[in-house]
Design a protein around this ligand. Structure first.
Ligand code: HEC
Ligand code: HEC
Length: 416
């Protein structure tokens, strides 16, 4: 009898020691390599900065466990339900491609953490180890607001707002699978298809491909230098520095680069979004001004189009479409596709979101601004102002889609 108890006691002691050993061993073999790796964790699929799995790992098994436990990230009685495992297992519901890209690192992290946490939770000594001081907890340095701002879904909203509504300037050649694109891919290679079918795929591609974006100096990104023709570009000059396309691409690049450089430390550093800003939607509606004034030759000209509100008997306050481009001096001509504008969450925004970039037939007003002093070329953030206004004209339009069905207004009919 006596011996059995001792035996049992000894067995108990060794089994606790073994459990502890095992947790440390699993930690050393499975968790530390994740901590020491210079590869990003699966968290980067959604968190571009501010948080990483490594932030939660301390140098020892015991301290890491205490730290996770004290933050409520471990469920002692149902280890499989631990919150840290849920974070590792986060997946995107509508970007299966991105999930796939991170599937391997996620699997490695998940199996390592499941095994290690289960082992720890079986160990009474670890379960009841003393609480760590708040300063000893391992966690991301950035506050939740900053972590949220640095998420890919927030950046995708910025991409949709700033780039996607201007994509008609590039899509003919760069969208995967169009006739023109297929021809250019044959001549130049697959990299021509950087503009994918959805904004999410295009953004994921650009971020992962890296070489079209200069994070340290966004202004020097190939995504800007090519269409500016500051370096050779198979598509020629597609941007004027300061036009709506350049502004949109540059705004997103600056936004992304600042997030990727992890420059926001406090929530008060974050930029405020402007709730009145209209949403932009790409369209295949062309607008043309004929007989442009000789003085406007080669200048950046912007049209804003307003719809007649028959109920209120006045022009709508906010423009329904906008576009800008350089005036063609010799033929005295300006023509371009329109970007449609609508208040966020309005019925129009919802309709255009579904992909039908149409305008109703009817009565419209075009307002024309010309950047005579090339102000936008020296300051890309500058917008056209009252002093740049050169006139407006009313017109009727049926708004048929395509280059061959342009809506045309004679610039000599513009009135101040
Ligand atoms: C598939 C996308 C995705 C992945 C992958 C992902 N997260 Fe998140 N994360 C989110 C979303 C979305 C939220 C906001 C969730 C909410 O508000 O309920 C979030 C919130 C958080 C928060 C809380 C901050 C806040 O906004 O309240 C932390 C901390 C966090 N994640 C850490 C991680 C860690 C660590 C990893 C990797 C192990 C990870 N996440 C992987 C999408 C993801
Ligand atoms: C008329 C066709 C055409 C249009 C329109 C066009 N491009 Fe291009 N672009 C090309 C061709 C052809 C190449 C491949 C040769 C080269 O690298 O210059 C290219 C290459 C690029 C590359 C390099 C891709 C890589 O991975 O190497 C970028 C970036 C680029 N274009 C940006 C743009 C942007 C931004 C727009 C719209 C504002 C645009 N392009 C409009 C034809 C076009």
């Amino acid at each position: 009898m006596q011996t059995r108890w001792i035996c049992l006691g000894a067995w108990l002691v060794t089994s606790v020691a073994a459990a502890d050993d095992t947790a440390s061993k699993v930690f050393e073999q499975r968790i530390l390599p994740i901590f020491k790796s210079d590869q990003p964790s699966s968290c980067v699929q959604c968190h571009l900065a501010g948080v990483d799995l490594k932030n939660y790992i301390k140098p020892s098994s015991e301290a890491t466990f205490q730290s996770l436990r004290d933050q409520g990230l471990v469920n002692l009685d149902q280890p499989e339900q631990s919150k840290i495992l849920k974070l590792i297992n986060m997946k995107d519901t509508d970007n299966a491609g991105a999930n796939l890209l991170h599937a391997k690192s996620r699997e490695v992290e998940l199996t390592a953490f499941v095994e290690w946490i289960k082992t720890c939770c079986r160990d009474p000594k670890l379960r009841s180890a003393p609480k760590l001081a708040a300063s000893e907890l391992a966690k991301p340095a950035r506050p939740d607001e900053v972590i949220r701002f640095a998420r890919t879904d927030r950046l995708l909203e910025s991409f949709e707002q700033n780039i996607w509504g201007q994509r008609h300037r590039c899509m003919g050649c760069h969208t995967e699978g169009s006739d023109q694109n297929r021809k250019l891919v044959k001549e130049n290679g697959e990299q021509v298809s950087w503009m994918k079918k959805s904004a999410a795929e295009a953004m994921t591609y650009l971020i992962r491909k890296k070489d079209l974006i200069d994070i340290e100096d966004p202004e020097k990104s190939l995504l800007l230098l090519k269409p500016l023709k500051e370096v050779d570009h198979g598509g020629g000059k597609k941007f004027l520095k300061g036009d709506l396309g350049y502004k949109g691409f540059r705004t997103w690049l600056e936004d992304y680069a600042k997030v990727a450089r992890d420059e926001y430390a406090k929530s008060s550093d974050l930029p405020k979004s402007d709730p009145r800003r209209l949403k932009e939607f790409t369209s295949e509606l062309w607008f043309k001004l004929t007989n442009t004034a000789p003085a406007w030759g080669d200048k950046l000209l912007q049209v804003t189009i307003h719809r007649w509100d028959d109920r209120a008997k006045k022009w709508e306050d906010a423009p329904i479409a906008i576009s800008d481009r350089q005036v063609a001096a010799k033929p005295r001509l300006w023509q371009h596709t329109l970007t449609l504008l609508a208040a966020a969450d309005s019925a129009r925004a919802k309709e255009w979101q579904r992909g039908s970039g149409q305008l109703p037939a009817g009565r419209y007003l075009v307002k024309v601004h010309v950047d005579h002093s090339d102000r936008t070329l020296t300051d890309w953030r500058a917008t056209l102002r009252n002093e740049d206004f050169v006139g407006q004209a009313e017109f009727q339009a049926n708004w048929r889609v395509g280059y061959g069905a342009m809506t045309s207004v004679d610039a000599e009919k513009l009135k101040e």
